[in-house]
Design a protein around this ligand. Structure first.
Ligand code: ATP
Ligand code: RIB
Length: 307
């Protein structure tokens, strides 16, 4: 793939509360451990893509991030992380009338599982109009998620596909109300988790697990997606491509302390690896290794190692 990796997406500051159990309806729990981290699915994936590069045989060129932050302390923190990581932030908007996105993340201590509540702030300005000046057509690979406005996601995907730029879409978060209605034929790679996969297949709420993942991944190809990498938490990733049987890339057994952002670590590393190689299985293996390493540390971007 000629051209650089372009990541378009959200930036959030994450306040992460870790406790042995999560609150029930009407309940207040005190005594949680607090971790703070720059986050947001877009920013996480961009930071993962750039930090993992030392582990790749063929290192991709510059990595660009397009999105928006507020002109506030949380936005400044993310901008520092981007610069330290070595991302090109030419297409990052800094807006003075809106706050940087903010997420409250609850992590259950024993499992490392999480629940997230988000206030989008500046992310809601990443519209088609705001992205008009971003040279999507020049990318070697476009990576984007579903945490910025649907019209921006749609326009970026269509512009990329019209120009022959492969698109990797991580459909997170998604539900029936928050579905940009993309044409699967325009997506080279779709990378849902089990919950998101069920929504894409029109069966929201269905439990897709490691046992049903091969069939589900094949169904995604049937919808028209070029390839599917279905993330399965500790089980790894189910990889499906036309013309071959879906195969599981298992995750290593690790001591998970916080899985927040694991999907983002996978997406960023998978995209970076894919840009430098035609071997999609190897790229998925690399993404799985990078993501599984991240769950052994706390936080989101704070858990992404520099390889
Ligand atoms: P999130 O929304 O929290 O970012 P996700 O649901 O999108 O995560 P997962 O499917 O949970 O993504 O995980 C992505 C990858 O991270 C997995 O394929 C695996 O490689 C790694 N991973 C996640 N949880 C674990 C775990 N407990 N042990 C080992 N690896 C894990
Ligand atoms: O995928 C994890 C991310 O989701 C967190 O960083 C949080 O901000 C939400 O965007």
């Amino acid at each position: 793939m000629a051209g650089p990796l372009l990541v378009i997406g959200s930036v959030n500051y994450d306040l992460i509360f870790r406790h042995p159990r999560l609150p029930r309806q009407g309940e207040t729990i005190t005594g949680a451990e607090l971790f703070e981290s720059c986050g947001g699915k877009g920013a996480n994936q961009a930071v993962a893509a750039v930090r993992c590069r030392g582990g790749l045989e063929s290192v991709p060129g510059p990595i660009f991030f397009a999105g928006a932050v507020g002109d506030d302390v949380n936005g400044a923190a993310q901008r520092r992380v981007f610069v330290e990581a070595g991302l090109n932030t030419r297409y990052l908007l800094v807006l003075d009338d809106v706050h940087t996105g903010l997420s409250a993340v609850w992590v259950e201590a024993e499992s490392g599982d999480n629940r997230i509540m988000n206030s989008p702030g500046a992310n809601s300005r990443v519209t088609a109009e705001a992205l008009a000046s971003v040279p999507v057509e020049e990318a070697g690979l476009l990576l984007l998620q579903n945490e910025t406005p649907a019209d921006g996601v749609r326009s970026a995907v269509n512009r990329a596909a019209d120009a022959g730029v492969p698109v990797m879409w991580n459909p997170a978060p998604i539900d029936e109300q928050n579905d940009p209605g993309l044409d699967p034929e325009r997506i080279a790679w779709v990378t849902p988790n089990e919950v998101e996969c069920a929504v894409l297949l029109g069966r929201a709420g269905e439990r897709i697990d490691a046992a049903s993942a091969a069939d589900a991944a094949s169904e995604l190809l049937g919808l028209g997606y070029g390839g599917a990498a279905l993330t399965l938490g500790p089980a790894g990733v189910m990889l499906a491509e036309p013309g071959s049987t879906p195969t599981l890339v298992p995750a290593p057994e690790v001591g998970a302390v916080d899985t927040t952002g694991a999907g983002d670590a996978f997406n960023g590393a998978f995209a970076a690896a894919l840009l430098g190689s035609a071997d999609s299985r190897k790229a998925v293996e690399f993404g799985v290794r990078y993501a599984s390493d991240s769950v052994t540390r706390h936080g989101t971007q704070t858990s992404f190692a520099r390889w």
